[in-house]
Design a protein around this ligand. Structure first.
Ligand code: ZN
Length: 433
C-alpha cells in the first residue's frame, strides 16, 4: 500500500504549559485537530464544575487531548522505536486514538451523562465512525482506519500493546490529566516524574511493562493519583455545584414533560429530554450553550428552575454535612425529607445525597470486571511481576475502594426565619448545623 501518511513540510508546535511543546509532524494529526468535532473540545472543560473551587481549573478537553497525544508520541518516537515487540506500523493509529480518545465528552459530562443516561464513549465511537469531518480525515488512511481507531479506544483492538498505551492503570491519559489538573488547579499534589516513567517503559509482547528500576517513580504516580482524587476530583464544594447542575437539568426536563411554557424554550435539549438525541444534536452541545440557558433561566417563572440557575451562576452553593448511609441515618433522611416538605422546600431538588468513590490501584482479579490493565514490572532477570507484589506502598492501598457520602442542602433557605421558623429549627437540629 502506498504510504499515505504525509508529513507536514515543517513541524508544527503548540506551546503547552505542562509538556512545554506539543509536536506535530503528521498531516493527518494536524488535519484532525482542525476538524469541527475536535475544535468543539475547546468549549468543554476538563474538570467540569471544579473551577468553582479551584478558579484556575478552566482548562479544556482540547488541551488534555493534545497532551495525551504528545505523551504517546514521545513514548513511540523516543522510547519504543526499533525495540523488539514494537511494530512502528501502529504508530499513526496510536497517535490518532490518543488524540481522539475523549472526543465524545459532552458539556459537564459527568452530570450530563448521569441525568440523561448518555455515554460519552458511545459518542466517541459514533463521531469516529459516523458522517463527520473526523471520519473523513481518518478515511484518507484507508476505509478500515476509522474502525481501527474506534477499536483501540474501545479496548477491543487485536494488538493489546496498543490498547494498553491508551488505557491501562499507567497510561498516557492518566499521566496527562494528573499533571495537567495539578498545574491548572495549582495544588501541590499530582506531580510525579513522568520523564523517568517514560524512559523505563518497555513494549513486551502484548503489554507495556516498566523496568523495575522505575518502581519508585510509579509509586509516586499512584500516590499522586490517590491524592488528586480526594483533594481535587471529589472536592465537596465542586460536588455541590454538580448537584445543583444535575438538579437544574432534572427540573428543565420535568418542566418540558409537563408542557411548561418556558420564556426561553430549551430547543437545544428537546431530543435529549425525549431520549432520541442524534449525533448532530449532540455535537452542537457545549458548555457555552448550557451556561447560556442557565443564565436566561434565572428569569423563568418557575421558582425552582430560576432559583437553582441563580445559585449556579452566582455560586451560591448548597452546604453539606457528612452522611453515612446506615439505617439510623436513612431514618434521619426520611424525617428530613418530610420536614423539608412541611417547610415548603422541595426535597427532590434541595436535599441530595451525593457519593464519590475511587479505587486507587487494583491488580487483576480473574472473573471480576476489570476496568484497566494492571501495572507490570520487568525484573532484572526478565521476569514480569505485578506491581503490588513488589511495592509495599502500592500493596497497602490496592483494591481498597474508598467511598465518601455527603448530604447537600441550601442552608440560606433554612436560615430564612420569615416562614416556618419552628420546622426549620428542627431541620437544623437534625442536620446538626
Ligand atoms: Zn482523557
Amino acid at each position: 500500500m502506498e504510504q499515505s501518511n504525509k508529513k507536514l513540510s515543517e513541524e508544527k508546535v503548540f506551546k503547552d504549559p505542562v509538556h512545554r511543546y506539543i509536536h506535530v509532524r503528521d498531516k493527518l494529526i494536524w488535519d484532525l485537530i482542525a476538524t469541527k468535532e475536535f475544535q468543539r473540545l475547546r468549549r468543554i472543560r476538563q474538570l467540569g464544575t471544579t473551577y468553582v473551587t479551584f478558579h484556575g481549573a478552566e482548562h479544556s478537553r482540547f488541551n488534555h487531548s493534545l497532551g495525551v497525544y504528545e505523551i504517546i508520541r514521545r513514548i513511540i518516537d523516543d522510547v519504543f522505536k526499533e525495540r523488539p515487540h514494537w511494530d512502528d506500523n501502529e504508530r499513526l493509529l496510536c497517535l490518532c486514538a490518543a488524540l481522539l480518545h475523549d472526543l465524545g465528552h459532552g458539556p459537564f459530562s459527568h452530570s450530563f451523562e448521569k441525568v440523561f443516561h448518555l455515554d460519552h464513549e458511545e459518542f466517541t465511537q459514533s463521531i469516529i465512525l459516523g458522517d463527520t469531518e473526523v471520519n473523513s480525515v481518518l478515511r484518507r488512511e484507508g476505509e478500515e482506519f476509522p474502525k481501527k481507531v474506534a477499536e483501540v479506544i474501545a479496548k477491543t483492538y487485536k494488538n493489546k500493546l496498543v490498547v494498553s498505551l491508551i488505557s491501562s492503570q499507567i497510561d498516557a491519559d492518566r499521566m496527562d490529566y494528573l499533571q495537567r489538573d495539578a498545574y491548572y488547579t495549582g495544588v501541590s499534589y499530582g506531580h510525579f516524574d513522568m520523564e523517568r516513567i517514560l524512559r523505563v517503559m518497555r513494549p513486551l509482547e502484548d503489554q507495556v511493562v516498566i523496568k523495575s528500576s522505575g518502581m519508585h517513580a510509579v509509586e509516586d504516580y499512584i500516590m499522586s493519583r490517590y491524592q488528586m482524587y480526594w483533594q481535587v476530583y471529589f472536592h465537596p464544594v465542586s460536588r455541590s455545584a454538580e448537584v445543583i447542575l444535575t438538579k437544574i437539568l432534572h427540573r428543565a426536563k420535568q418542566l418540558h414533560e409537563e408542557k411548561y411554557a418556558f420564556a426561553t424554550e430549551p430547543s437545544h435539549f428537546y431530543s435529549i429530554f425525549e431520549g432520541n438525541v442524534t449525533l448532530e444534536d449532540y455535537i452542537k452541545l457545549d458548555e457555552s450553550i448550557i451556561l447560556y440557558y442557565f443564565q436566561v433561566w434565572q428569569d423563568e417563572i418557575d421558582p425552582i428552575l430560576s432559583d437553582l440557575c441563580r445559585r449556579f451562576i452566582d455560586r451560591n452553593l448548597f452546604k453539606f454535612v457528612e452522611f453515612n448511609p446506615s439505617n439510623e441515618q436513612m431514618m434521619k433522611l426520611m424525617e428530613l425529607t418530610s420536614l423539608f416538605k412541611k417547610a415548603g422546600i422541595d426535597p427532590a431538588y434541595y436535599l441530595v445525597v451525593d457519593s464519590s468513590s475511587d479505587l486507587p490501584y487494583d491488580f487483576y482479579r480473574p472473573g471480576e470486571e476489570e476496568e484497566r490493565l494492571p501495572i507490570h514490572l520487568q525484573m532484572p532477570n526478565g521476569d514480569v511481576r505485578e506491581l503490588s507484589r513488589q511495592s509495599e506502598i502500592v500493596d497497602a492501598i490496592s483494591g481498597k475502594r474508598r467511598t465518601d457520602h455527603k448530604l447537600y442542602f441550601p442552608q440560606d433557605l433554612l436560615e430564612d426565619e420569615t416562614t416556618k421558623k419552628a420546622i426549620k429549627k428542627k431541620i437544623k437540629e437534625l442536620l446538626e448545623i
